[in-house]
Design a protein around this ligand. Structure first.
Ligand SMILES: NC(=O)c1ccc[n+]([C@@H]2O[C@H](COP(=O)([O-])OP(=O)(O)OC[C@H]3O[C@@H](n4cnc5c(N)ncnc54)[C@H](OP(=O)(O)O)[C@@H]3O)[C@@H](O)[C@H]2O)c1
Length: 267
């Protein structure tokens, strides 16, 4: 079987300085892939000979466009792009300043769309390549008080599926809609905002959920399997409950589903 480095000589991953992105970058480097990590902070991989850091704040869309226009000139063999960077804000929509809404959409949806646009153009001209969009279980089941996060992740999954349709007749151009449940990274800790929801200290509950969630290595193994495969598709990953049972919630009557989500955060 072809190794990942033979299939993907060069990979770009956003948010490679921490969490799921860092664990994925490490896996790719171990496989012999040359990795370009894009984030605001350089992170711990900077010393690795096959790792290059691009300093970029994804909320600066003009800078993202500049990066897109230069990437393939510098790295013509780049054929794996992973849109992974992200962050959460806990707030009711009506309490979010407009600038925070724009910034979160920029990082979670606009910048990934610009990178996807550039990647797909390259994949089409070369007849091969793989785009991974790291969405979330929130695509299917909304997280409380994370309206822009939920909307962005649903939008990102819709983008993935639109591209899967566009590329349906090009089987070597793949798009993976990657939907993690909770993982024990810095995500919850980095979350902005502190609010009470239905009398619950949501921040505390989310911290607890993430602290007892699987390690990033579980997500990376699932992504490695998907990258080794030949198909586009949706990959759900997380605890058995979040990856297998919870997504079935979309088939429940709306009122029951909303009640169950409320119950889940009261545990
Ligand atoms: N952990 C979970 O439970 C979970 C569940 C579902 C989905 N996800 C998704 O998985 C992805 C990775 O999350 P994680 O858990 O690994 O979070 P994390 O540990 O907080 O890491 C987030 C990464 O995103 C980067 N980032 C954040 N804002 C950025 C910006 N403005 N510009 C450039 N890079 C930025 C950070 O780098 P810098 O700070 O250096 O810029 C960091 O490398 C996110 O899209 C998240 O929504 C996570």
């Amino acid at each position: 079987m072809q190794g990942l480095a033979e299939r993907y000589p060069v990979a770009l991953i956003t948010g490679a300085s921490a969490g799921l992105g860092l664990a994925t970058a490490r896996m790719l480097l171990e496989q012999g892939v040359q990795v370009i990590g894009l984030s605001r902070n350089a992170g711990v991989l900077e010393e690795h000979p096959d790792y290059t850091h691009i300093s970029c704040d994804l909320s600066d869309l003009a800078d993202v466009e500049r990066v897109c226009s230069e990437l393939w000139q510098q790295y013509p063999q780049l054929n794996l792009v992973i849109n992974n960077a992200g962050y959460g804000i806990l707030s009711e929509l009506d309490n979010l300043p407009p600038a925070a809404i724009k910034s979160q959409y920029a990082v979670l949806l606009m910048a990934p769309s610009l990178l996807a646009r550039a990647a797909v153009a390259q994949f089409k001209s070369k007849g091969e390549g793989c785009l991974v969009n790291v969405a979330s279980l929130a695509t299917e089941l909304p997280l409380p008080l994370m309206p822009i996060y939920n909307a962005s992740k649903s939008g990102l999954s819709a983008l993935s599926q639109s591209l899967q349709l566009d590329l349906f007749d090009m089987p070597n151009c793949r798009v993976i809609d990657f939907r993690p449940g909770d993982f024990n990274t810095q995500f919850a800790h980095n979350m902005q905002g502190e609010v009470s929801w239905n009398g619950i200290n949501l921040r505390k509950v989310m911290d607890q959920h993430h602290a007892s969630a699987p390690d990033a290595s579980v997500a990376v193994q699932a992504l490695q399997r998907a990258l080794s495969g030949r198909r586009s598709g949706i990959v759900r990953v997380g605890s058995f409950f979040q990856a297998r049972i919870a997504p079935l919630g979309r088939f429940l009557p709306w009122r029951l589903l909303m009640r169950l989500i409320c119950q889940y955060y009261k545990r």
